[in-house]
Design a protein. Structure first.
Ligand SMILES: [Fe+2]
Length: 327
């Protein structure tokens, strides 16, 4: 049975059929099962007011109370069903030769945010391996397709959450790595990309109340927050999916050239070039994003603060390459 449902009444577990072709909405397919709150929000944000729902293919009736993602996840796990973490869609978009660069950039970005959201809810070794695959497609895109890369660097999705931030930093770091690491064949760019996208994976072990706090953190909360690089490093070590060098990105992305960073207060060349690349992208995205307690800055304003107030935090030549990238 097909039922028209207002998008504000959609629930995780409904099988929806979107009314438009690809260009009018940010999903690769017109019909699919809703697996996250983010997908529903995305449909609402696109101004779609109602959609048809195939009740026979849905996993929830329209009169049952809505599930939160965790509940949906545990139901699927009970049924031993694998959550689709959308890496196949990313590959399809990357390989679509007819899609305009701007559309491609937007589609890859949104699918990547979904991928990271799903991974953060279930950071199993299997899912990390799958994200590595999806990121591999994005790496190939950034290395070969300068037009799409141009739009990826300028996407303004600066509402802050950990998943959007992971994707922004992943994309920015990859482009910066492309500009900085001249002998690309000496670097495993796929492994590197995975490290950049997963730089904040340690936050899965930090309470939601601290991650989502709509204000500045207390000193105790900061002490917990500062553990996320080491926790992420360990999580990836135990999952055995990411190379040692790429794990250093996770461990070192909050180290600063002048020794004021964490967790180890490393200085200058003690910090791996991968970690130094990621730290620049990470600070830029934090400054350029809207937070509950601060407005977002325009890219040039964020770069100005980095140059005037934080220059000794970064390796100078890498920072200069970053500025050129965003010009
Ligand atoms: Fe971080």
């Amino acid at each position: 049975m097909i039922k028209a449902i207002k998008t504000t009444d959609l629930k995780i577990g409904m099988y929806i059929m979107l009314p438009h072709a690809w260009k009018a909405h940010p999903f690769l397919r017109n019909s699919f099962l809703l697996e996250s709150r983010r997908q529903i929000q995305k449909i609402i944000n696109y101004g779609i007011e109602s959609v048809n729902v195939d009740m026979d293919k849905s996993e929830i009736a329209d009169d049952t109370p809505p599930m939160v993602y965790q509940e949906y996840l545990s139901r699927q796990q009970e049924k031993q069903k694998k959550i689709n973490i959308v890496t196949a869609e990313i590959r399809e978009i990357v390989n679509d030769t007819k899609m305009a660069p701007q559309t491609k950039a937007e589609a890859v970005h949104w699918q990547s945010v979904d991928m990271m959201s799903n991974l953060f809810h279930n950071p199993s070794a299997e899912n990390i391996a799958e994200v590595k695959q999806g990121v591999g497609g994005i790496v190939d895109l950034i290395l070969k397709d300068n037009d799409t890369e141009h739009y990826l660097l300028r996407l303004n999705s600066h509402d802050y959450d950990t998943y959007i931030h992971s994707v922004n930093v992943g994309m920015l770091s990859l482009s910066l790595a492309k500009a900085v690491l001249t002998k690309k064949d000496k670097h495993d760019m796929h492994a590197l990309g995975a490290g950049f996208f997963l730089h904040d994976i340690g936050k899965v072990n930090i309470q939601e109340a601290i991650i989502q706090k709509p204000g500045k953190l207390t000193e105790e909360e900061w002490a917990v927050m500062r553990k996320h690089p080491s926790m992420g490093f360990k999580l990836l070590h135990d999952a055995r999916q990411i190379s040692e060098e790429s794990r250093l990105i996770v461990l070192q992305h909050h180290e600063r050239d002048n020794g004021t960073g964490y967790p180890k207060r490393m200085k200058g060349n003690e910090i791996h070039v991968y970690g130094r690349i990621c730290s620049i992208a990470d600070v830029f995205d934090a400054l350029a994003s809207k937070r509950p307690y601060k407005q977002m800055l325009k890219p040039f304003e964020a770069l100005k603060i980095m140059k005037e107030q934080m220059l000794d935090h970064f390796q100078k030549e890498i920072f200069e390459k970053f500025v050129l990238l965003l010009k």
